[in-house]
Design a protein around this ligand. Structure first.
Ligand code: HEC
Length: 105
């Protein structure tokens, strides 16, 4: 009985570490920022924003690469405000871009 208890305790300690390693938390953080800020334009395609889930709109951007997309996301371009008009840090902003990319893959 003692053994079973310690196995359960061990797996409880290991599980959160595993889910962090899988990147799930990172995408969740990105989804949160997306839903609080980016969604205003990127859910409708307003002002020609690449729409969430639109493969045709995202394919050429993904082809340019993450660095290029991050550059535009950080500094803005046309109707796209710098950092989507937020004060998000680089890591959170990148997570939001990765979240949008994950929705067309
Ligand atoms: C006010 C509307 C608006 C908001 C809010 C907004 N975007 Fe955008 N976004 C745009 C528009 C418009 C474009 C297309 C810009 C262009 O190519 O001229 C764009 C383009 C992009 C691109 C493609 C960049 C590239 O390489 O061309 C990324 C990535 C992006 N937005 C990320 C974000 C993220 C992340 C947020 C939230 C933190 C956000 N956007 C919020 C309007 C918006």
């Amino acid at each position: 009985m003692l053994k079973i208890t310690s196995v359960i305790a061990l797996s409880l300690a290991v599980l959160p570490a595993l889910s962090m390693a899988s990147g799930g938390d990172h995408l969740k953080k990105g989804e949160k920022l997306y839903k609080s800020a980016c969604i205003a334009c990127h859910s409708t395609g307003a002002a020609n924003a690449p729409k969430l889930g639109n493969k045709q709109a995202w394919a050429p951007l993904i082809a340019k690469g993450m660095d290029d997309m991050m550059n535009v996301a950080t500094h803005g371009k046309g109707a796209m405000p710098a950092r989507g008009g937020t004060k998000a840090d680089d890591e959170t902003l990148r997570a939001a871009v990765e979240y949008m990319v994950s929705r067309v893959q």
